[in-house]
Structures are given as C-alpha cells and as structure tokens.
Design a protein around this ligand. Structure first.
Ligand code: SF4
Length: 290
C-alpha cells in the first residue's frame, strides 16, 4: 500500500487511516508514503506506532534541488522541513529514499540532491523528468525531449562519479533512467490506484488533472458502487485494450519509442490516450502523434 499526493500526510484523518491499515498488516507486503516532509514531525508518533506493528515502512521524500530551488516550488522554508524530516528518519532508523523531479529550473542541481542523499544515507535516490502538469506548462519549465535526454545522461555521469565515492557501508542506489516506457502499472502484476473520491483509476499519474472534464476514460468506477474484484476485472480489460491500441500505434508510427533510456514517453502517451493532455507540440516532441 502506498499513499501519494498532493501531500498525503496533510489528510485530516491520516492517523485514523494508519490505525485502520494496521488491522490488515498480515496482508501487506510494504507500506510507503511519498511526501515532501512538511508535516512529518506531526505524523511521526503514529508512524512509529504503525512501524512497531509493521516494520516494512518506506518513506520517499520529494526534493527539488537546493534550498532556493526547493523553496521556490514548494514555499518558503519547506526545504528545512524536509531536512528536519530526514534527520528524524535517521534518528529513528526509518528507511527513506529521495526523489527529484527535473525541470528547467533545477536540472543543474542533480548533484546537490545526490550529495544530500549520500550525506543522509538515503536508501535510494532517483531522478526523472517532470510530467507536464498545467502549472509547469504555465511556467514554461517542462523539459523538451532533447533537454530531458541531456539531463538524464548528465545524471548518469554523476552517478558514476558518486559510485566511486561510496564505500560498501554507505552504499545507496542512484537511478536516473526511470523508465516509464513500459511500467509496473501495465505489467503482469497490476497495482490499483484509489483516488480521494474512492474511485479506482488506471494509474495514479493520471489522477485528478487540473481542468479535467467529466469524460474520464481512466476511471474504472467507484468502490461505493462496485466491488474491488469487479473493478480489478475492468482494470485488466482496460489494460488489454490499451496495450492492443498501443501496439497498433507503434506499428503505424503514431507512437515512436526512441529507446529505453527515454523516460516520460510512456506517461505522456497515457496522458494523451486518456484525454488528459492536449498539448500537441510537446507530444510530438516526444514522438507521440495520436
Ligand atoms: S501514466 Fe501510464 S506509463 Fe505512466 S506510470 Fe501510469 S500507466 Fe505507467
């Protein structure tokens, strides 16, 4: 089970939800939260309570670069809160990862974030380009295909240098080839995403786009009206249709997959396929012509 956002730790019933989840701990394999750490101090008591009952807790902190860059995106002093949260994790021996989403303002700060991950002994640091959300498009900071490729190869080169610096006891995994070209959501073990309205949807990356209309072909139905099993069946059927269409589009060159190091193409294709995104220029830049 994983909680994503917005910022899931700000949910007014976060504590109640975690206590409820603990009842099902025998059926969990892992529990993870993606957070910017802004409310971490407040949720720590319930998180520690939960961890006593279910030890496989993973925290993923979103870091957007240096303090200046991070605060510019997330608000004043938010970086300090993330650092405080990571310090608390280290003190309490809670495993955590760092993830960085690249855009035009922070693509030069990859090494700063990797340094941070090494200093705090994060378990993992992964870097990938930002999806073109309406806010990022408005600011005109979404990386073009070429820029994304260059940023990722720079990140790969930094990783090589960082690997040399690491010793066995402080080893962390650094990833800069976060491939969405064919992702877990479309693989043989299909996770399900439940949005804040209790609807099961195709993938969390497609949830709750600003300005989306009533026509949401990625929504499989609400748990208030259908059972989990029947919604999973709908999901499997939709993945099958999606996959056949995708294959046809690859064959007719409406979708060009330039290589496995090219992340973002898969998600952009989904955004286009499910009518979340109509920015033709960006899609074509990434080889999507549907
Ligand atoms: S948007 Fe599509 S490619 Fe991206 S993670 Fe979701 S299902 Fe996978």
């Amino acid at each position: 089970v994983g909680f994503t956002g917005g910022e899931p730790t700000l949910h007014p019933e976060f504590e109640k939800i975690l206590i409820g989840l603990a009842k099902y701990r025998k059926r969990l394999s892992v529990f993870q939260i993606i957070t910017n750490g802004i409310n971490f101090k407040n949720i720590l008591p319930v998180l520690l309570w939960f961890r006593k009952r279910f030890p496989r807790v993973r925290i993923h902190f979103s870091v957007d670069g240096t303090k200046a860059g991070h605060d510019r995106i997330r608000g004043k002093n938010t970086y300090d809160k993330t650092i405080e949260a990571m310090t608390l994790c280290r003190k309490r021996k809670i495993d955590f990862a760092i993830q960085m989403v690249l855009h035009r303002h922070n693509e030069q700060e990859i090494e700063d974030v990797m340094d941070l991950a090494l200093n705090f002994k994060a378990k993992l640091c992964k870097v990938y380009p930002a999806l073109p959300t309406p806010a990022l498009l408005e600011e005109d900071i979404v990386l073009s295909f070429k820029e994304a490729e260059e940023a990722l190869s720079r990140a790969s080169r930094s990783i090589e240098r960082f690997i040399e610096k690491q010793n066995e006891s402080s080893r962390i995994d650094l990833l800069a080839k976060y491939v969405y070209a064919y992702c877990a959501w479309l693989g043989s073990i299909t996770p399900i995403n439940i949005n804040y309205k209790g609807e099961v949807t195709f993938c969390s990356n497609l949830s709750n786009f600003v300005g989306e209309t009533e026509d949401r072909p990625d929504v499989l139905g609400s748990l208030r009206e259908a059972s989990v099993i029947s919604l999973c069946e709908r999901h499997i059927n939709l993945v099958a249709t999606f996959t056949k269409d995708r294959l046809k589009n690859i064959q007719s060159k409406k979708l060009i997959l330039p290589g496995y190091e090219t992340c973002l193409v898969g998600c952009l294709y989904c955004m286009r396929y499910f009518k979340k995104f109509n920015h033709t220029k960006i899609c074509e830049d990434y080889g999507i012509f549907i």
